[in-house]
Design a binder for this molecule. Structure first.
Ligand SMILES: Nc1ncnc2c1ncn2[C@@H]1O[C@H](COP(=O)(O)O)[C@@H](OP(=O)(O)O)[C@H]1O
Ligand SMILES: CCc1ccc(OS(=O)(=O)O)cc1
Length: 295
């Protein structure tokens, strides 16, 4: 079912009530049939939660801190995006199938839509969560510049759209809750964007341990330095400058926009903030997850 109506607007479809890019919905059979392998590592995020950041961290760990090896391709091509489907490009599933093992893959899918083989194969999952207010702001600016997603409208309009979960990959609340509740039942490292920002060294060490990589202190320091916002913004292999303007129009808003905790304060009105806090309380009631919204 198309969720947008405007003539030339890119449309979203739905799978089991979750809005997804229409081309992903068209390819759903292939995505659900994906055969995960036991040594796959799947990076899982709600959009705009630091996916690119954790991808670069994971790649640098995998390449033992070799910065040149991480220049081999733009970040969006290093780890197949499982549900990516934009014919005639090869789909995420096709790219993953062609990749040598052990594979690092990525997805924005909510846990309930993941191909069953990921659970059956006992894969590793690396989930990164970002506080919802900054996620909302980042997603708003991303939809302004991403030509393949519906136009977000005004800030006030998008605020309502996001709360109602009518954005690609669905409700932030359900996504984060779903993955959080699974964290002790499967091989999962659950990280927070705000923790990586506050203490990158400590969080990168957790990722190294999870990936069973023993790298020395100098390599760890290199990874910390190479994955700062400023470094990644200046790096053509991470800043998406290689993506065509017809897809990402960075003259509207850069992909590497601000990279901070607390930008929501520059967007939310006092009334929106009060209302949002109440909605958050209701939607997240009963979960033990705790976010920090300022550093
Ligand atoms: N090295 C880094 N440090 C901090 N934030 C980073 C980062 N790399 C990317 N980001 C931020 O992560 C968000 C993009 O997330 P994703 O990769 O999941 O699409 C953007 O947030 P902002 O729009 O708030 O700046 C981007 O600036
Ligand atoms: C289909 C448009 C779209 C939306 C979100 C994307 O996520 S990411 O920026 O690659 O993480 C990509 C494409």
């Amino acid at each position: 079912m198309a969720l947008t109506t405007a003539g030339t607007q890119p449309s979203l479809g739905e799978v089991a009530g979750i809005p997804l890019p229409a081309t992903t919905v068209d390819n759903w059979h292939q995505i659900q049939g994906f055969e995960a392998q036991s040594d796959d590592l799947l990076i899982c995020t709600y959009p705009k939660s630091g996916t690119t950041w954790i991808q670069e961290i994971v790649d640098l760990i995998e390449q033992s801190g070799d910065v040149d090896k991480c220049q081999r391709a733009a970040i969006q091509h290093r780890h197949p995006f499982l549900e990516w489907a934009r014919p005639p490009q090869p789909s995420g599933v096709e790219k993953a199938r062609a990749m040598p093992r052990p594979r690092v893959l990525r997805t924005h899918l909510p846990a309930q839509l993941l191909p069953p083989s990921f659970w059956e194969s006992n894969c590793k999952f690396l989930y990164v969560a970002r506080n919802v207010k900054d996620c909302l702001v980042s997603y708003y600016h991303f939809q302004r510049m991403n030509r393949t997603l519906p136009d977000p409208g005004t800030w006030d309009q998008y605020f309502e759209t996001f709360i109602s979960g009518k954005v690609a990959w669905g409700s932030w609340f359900e996504h984060v809750r779903g993955w959080w509740e699974l964290r002790n039942n499967v091989r999962m490292l659950f990280l927070f964007y705000e923790d990586i920002k506050r203490d990158p060294k400590q969080e990168i060490q957790k990722v190294m341990k999870f990936m069973e990589k023993n790298l020395d202190g100098a390599v760890l320091d290199t990874i910390v330095q190479e994955t700062t916002f400023e470094k990644m913004k200046a790096n053509p292999m991470t800043n998406r400058s290689t993506a065509p303007k017809t897809i990402l129009d960075q003259s509207i808003s850069p992909f590497m926009r601000k990279g901070i905790v607390g930008d929501w304060k520059n967007h939310f009105t006092v009334a929106q903030n009060e209302r949002f806090d109440e909605i958050y309380r209701q939607k997240m009631e009963g979960t033990s997850i705790n976010f920090c919204t300022e550093l």
